[in-house]
Write a protein that binds this ligand. Structure first.
Ligand SMILES: Nc1nc2c(c(=O)[nH]1)N[C@H]1C(S)=C(S)[C@@H](COP(=O)(O)OP(=O)(O)OC[C@H]3O[C@@H](n4cnc5c(=O)[nH]c(N)nc54)[C@H](O)[C@@H]3O)O[C@H]1N2
Ligand SMILES: Nc1nc2c(c(=O)[nH]1)N[C@H]1C(S)=C(S)[C@@H](COP(=O)(O)OP(=O)(O)OC[C@H]3O[C@@H](n4cnc5c(=O)[nH]c(N)nc54)[C@H](O)[C@@H]3O)O[C@H]1N2
Ligand code: SF4
Ligand SMILES: [Mo]
Length: 879
């Protein structure tokens, strides 16, 4: 790790991706490139970064950027595009009322963007129909924390994970999704051998590598486990009677917990007892939770079941103790603070509270404010489908992929009378449906603030000029506000002005007793805003508070916290003979959501380059699914074809698929097409982790693997493509074969005339073709009746090179095949790592690092190296 302080030419900013909110020192090279390293002075990461953060510089090329506004696919100027947007929104509101329009925004917007979007919709258009992808992400935590604390506030800090003696990770794959917190936890555990880590997840994830205990509970049954824990806390005498003076609802909550049957968790009584004993007897415990909790039809109850245990023991807001919701997106937290959800107002004020509403109305001098909450995401797109929403503006999110029932949502957007999309690229499943496309500045070009999971507000700073005509989201939306007639209210010329207005409003909110207060940051001016260092709120005129709630002060009307009686409910969709498998969905280490940025990095694509379905070996055998075969997955909502990844990491009867692939990268890999739009009744958050599906082997007549220096146009029933260092690669398959393979290959690669070498073996159905230009490999296609066995990285690495025997598909002896990449930072392949293990050079993760470099940079791949070591040990034992 490079621990030098900021060097001349380095600009201090914040990572574009997850809610850890790592500080980045970025050095632009003046030619559009940027070198990045972790900022040693940022409290979130203290110099660390993960594989995605390290690759930020590889995602900034302009090749796929949207550079000009477009109307009906024709490039135009801003005046025309924004004039049209303002006119159509104004006309629709005049004809059909304010609730006939909607905004759908994102936790990846900066706070200033979010503030303007909300002010425009809730204060001036006069509707609350603005919701955000945080509805799919954090809504259950928001609802749960508000029920318990009277405010949506995370009490603790990252340091608490290091100070704890027990860290429980519930529905969180921290190793892959919050890698820098995971690294901090791993280091703390190494330094404190008494520390214990428990992972509660139906799946054995990479995070389990650090776990002393893994509880593979039944999907959706977390409430039952935490109810049993509360009963055990009481029986074990761990209730903090003094703290309970600040808490309402203990007796009813305990009764509900004691009535809970623990068997629905599917865990053995011994497992439950061991967990409860550990939790009960460890004073310093942090319970971290994420999407395995939130994305559930009982998500809000899960959150409260966890918080109940911390309130009963008083283990909250003290060093090393507390419930800890980790946020997903870089500004998921900031979006909640600034009132991004359809039922909120800025500064932790409630839209449905008349006093709060009046405060904001007066402050904004707002002409029209809605009195009730607007549509939540699922309902919002339902009203788009039925035509009640007639003008829709989607900003910084890709709902045609990420919403449940995604094919329906895609069709609903397509059918909307008027759709505006603001994005950095036109190549998304959503952007392709827009009437008006607006080019937004992306990471590295924009300026503003974000708040991370532990309430630290950091600046994102511009490193380079805007691409083409791109403009910042706050600027685009302010311009539309002015064009709709509200010239003064949207006269902003800089994010600093917006931040100042927001900070001033927070002071008024705080005076009414709300906790979100950054009034200490008013009056910074441009200079102060530019030099603002990471700051945890609250920052009042009097100073800062590090942790909340240890003092027993809450934000409910009584000032007390609330324990909430809850009972476990299974997921809404039941497995039935027609749909016998439970589909769990989530993330992989090196891709970010719908891949519009991370898929630009060849390094990041190497980790897991194709959509897949994790399936248990017993289920695969029963269904006749072979390793690397394809599986057709169907639900009542839709259909996918995914590559089989046969593994006992998932339980029998359960399957797992990543959420990342899209119409751009793998059209049959859009897994949200399978997910029903069932929501939690309190939070409106979709149950993204518990769909029910049927599985069948996909009977491919042929499988193909293709590499090409230029882009490809696959047309087969199954395809998945990704970028490699010198071009593209693709996996292909279909149930019927083309008439003529050479014609098909020439079409695929758009190479009508290039010389072609061909090898055919009719007996096995093998066809291999290589297209060259003066001996240099332009493209190659390998086809066979079974999944293609070829050294994929080796073939891709030959693109643009003089290839000696490209059709052999195998590296020659003097050029060993490193195998699939494990360490994305230092580009170390699985074969290289197995090599040092098999030859006895390395027996630990640290030794593998010393020999090959793997795992020594960001460390996100250390769990995978540990698995390779364990496999080698198992093989030895079997020999
Ligand atoms: N690499 C990468 N990192 C990311 C992101 C990304 O796209 N890529 N996205 C960011 C965002 S926006 C978010 S919200 C976070 C999400 O971060 P996480 O919540 O950690 O990630 P997921 O993979 O969605 O889900 C976590 C786990 O929940 C488990 N789970 C499923 N059902 C249940 C259940 O009923 N109970 C329990 N206890 N567990 C269950 C799944 O098996 C999965 O391992 O990641 C952030 N970080
Ligand atoms: N099945 C299933 N579905 C899920 C989940 C799951 O676990 N399982 N997780 C859910 C969760 S937690 C989340 S957060 C969502 C995420 O889902 P989305 O928000 O839909 O995913 P992203 O790919 O992050 O979309 C961000 C879009 O904004 C664009 N963009 C990037 N920067 C900017 C900018 O500065 N301005 C503008 N205007 N555009 C920009 C990107 O190119 C991209 O198109 O998915 C949800 N969907
Ligand atoms: S953990 Fe990785 S993705 Fe998340 S903020 Fe840090 S560097 Fe970025
Ligand atoms: Mo998220």
């Amino acid at each position: 790790m490079d621990t030098r302080p900021q060097q001349p030419g380095e600009i201090r900013t914040t990572c574009a991706y997850c809610g850890v909110g790592c500080g980045v020192l970025a050095q632009p090279d003046g030619a559009g490139g940027v070198a990045v390293r972790g900022d040693p002075a940022h409290p979130a990461n203290l110099g660390r970064l993960c594989s995605k953060g390290f690759a930020l510089g590889e995602t900034l090329s302009l090749d796929d950027r949207l550079l000009t506004p477009r109307v009906l696919d024709v490039d135009t100027d801003w005046d025309t595009a924004l004039g049209l947007v303002a006119d159509r929104f104004s006309q629709t509101i005049a004809d059909h009322g304010p609730d006939s329009v909607a905004f759908y925004v994102s936790g990846q917007l900066l706070t200033e963007d979010y503030y303007v979007a909300n002010k425009l919709m809730k204060g001036f258009i006069g509707s609350a129909n603005i919701d955000t992808n945080s509805r799919l992400c954090m809504a259950s935590t928001v609802a749960g924390q508000k029920r318990a604390f009277g405010t949506d506030t995370v009490p603790g800090t990252y340091e608490d994970l290091e100070l704890a003696d027990l860290v429980v990770l519930v529905g969180s794959n921290l190793a892959w999704c919050h890698p820098v917190i995971y690294q901090r936890l791993a280091a703390a555990k190494a330094a404190n051998p008494a520390m214990r880590v428990v992972v509660i997840d139906p799946r054995r994830t990479a995070t389990c590598d650090l776990a002393d205990m893994h509880l593979a509970l039944e999907p959706g049954s977390d409430v039952a486990l935490f109810n049993r824990l509360l009963a055990a806390i009481y029986e074990g005498g761990a209730v903090d009677a003094a703290y309970l003076r600040h808490v309402d609802g203990f007796d009813e909550t305990l009764r509900a917990a004691q009535a809970q049957d623990g068997r629905v968790t599917g865990l053995t009584p011994a497992q439950i007892t061991a967990f409860c004993d550990l939790w009960t007897r460890t004073e310093k415990v942090v319970t971290v939770f994420s999407q395995g909790v939130n994305q559930s039809s009982s998500g809000t109850d899960k959150v409260n079941a966890i918080i109940n245990c911390h309130l009963a023991t008083g283990r909250i807001g003290k060093p090393g103790m507390g419930p800890f919701s980790v946020t997903g997106q870089p500004n998921a937290m900031g979006g909640r603070e600034v009132g991004g959800l359809a039922n909120a107002l800025a500064c932790h004020l409630d839209l449905e509270d008349a006093v709060h509403r009046d405060l904001v109305r007066n402050f904004w001098d707002a002409p029209a404010m809605p009195e009730g909450a607007g549509l939540k995401a699922v309902d919002l797109f339902e009203q788009v489908r039925t035509g009640q929403i007639k003008a829709l503006w989607i900003v910084c999110t890709n709902p045609a992929v990420s919403m449940p029932d995604a094919d329906m949502v895609r069709d609903a957007i397509k059918g909307c009378d008027f759709t505006v999309v603001s994005d950095v690229t036109a190549n998304t499943d959503t952007a392709r449906l827009a009437h008006v496309l607006l080019p937004a500045t992306g990471w590295g070009e924009k300026d503003g603030t974000v708040t991370n999971s532990d309430r630290t507000i950091s600046r994102q700073r511009a490193l380079m000029p805007a691409a083409g005509q791109a403009r910042a989201d706050w600027d685009i939306m302010s311009d539309v506000g002015r064009r709709m007639g509200w010239t003064d209210a949207f006269a902003y010329t800089s994010p600093a002005q917006i931040f100042d207005e927001y900070a001033a409003l927070s002071g008024l909110a705080a005076a009414m007793g709300r906790d979100f207060d950054i009034s200490g940051l008013t009056g910074l001016g441009q200079g102060g805003y530019d030099t603002l260092m990471p700051t945890r709120w609250p920052v009042t005129m009097r100073g800062q508070t590090v942790r909340f709630f240890a003092d027993g002060q809450f934000y409910t009307p009584s000032g007390h916290a609330r324990m909430i009686p809850v009972a476990a409910r299974p997921p809404v969709a039941k497995t039935v003979p027609r749909f016998p498998f439970r589909l769990n969905t989530g993330r992989i280490r090196d891709q970010w959501h719908t891949m519009t940025r991370t898929a630009k990095s060849p390094r990041l694509n190497q980790h897991l380059g194709e959509p897949f379905l994790e399936i248990h070996p017993h289920d695969a055998a029963a269904l006749g699914i072979a390793p690397a075969g394809l599986i057709t997955v169907t639900s009542l909502q839709g259909r996918c074809i995914l590559r089989a990844l046969i593994t006992d990491r998932v339980q029998p009867g359960q399957v797992f698929a990543p959420m990342h692939w899209t119409g751009e990268t793998a059209p049959t890999g859009r897994v949200d097409a399978l997910v029903a739009s069932v929501v939690d009744p309190l939070s409106g958050q979709p149950e993204s982790k518990a769909a029910v599906v049927a599985l069948a082997p996909y009977n491919a007549a042929w499988f193909g693997y293709a590499v090409s220096a230029g882009d490809m146009s696959p047309a087969s029933a199954y395809w998945a493509r990704s970028r490699v260092a010198n071009g593209w690669r693709a996996e292909l398959a279909a149930d019927t074969a083309p008439q003529d393979w050479e014609v098909e290959a020439r079409r695929l690669f758009a190479l009508p005339d290039a010389p072609c070498q061909t090898f055919r073996d009719p007996a096995t159905g093998t066809v291999r073709m290589a297209f060259t230009d003066e001996g240099r490999l332009l493209a190659a296609l390998f086809v066979s009746r079974t999944p293609v066995a070829v050294s994929r990285d080796h073939l891709a690495a030959q693109l643009g090179q003089v290839a000696h025997s490209p059709l052999s598909g195998r590296p020659s002896a003097d050029m060993p095949d490193p195998g699939a990449v494990v360490c994305a930072c230092l580009n170390v392949g699985v074969n290289t790592i197995r090599g040092v293990i098999d030859t006895g050079q390395a027996a630990t993760v640290a030794q593998v690092g010393a020999c090959t470099g793997a795992g020594t940079n960001c460390g996100s791949c250390r769990p995978e190296i540990a698995v390779l070591l364990a496999q080698a040990t198992r093989l030895e034992a079997a020999e």
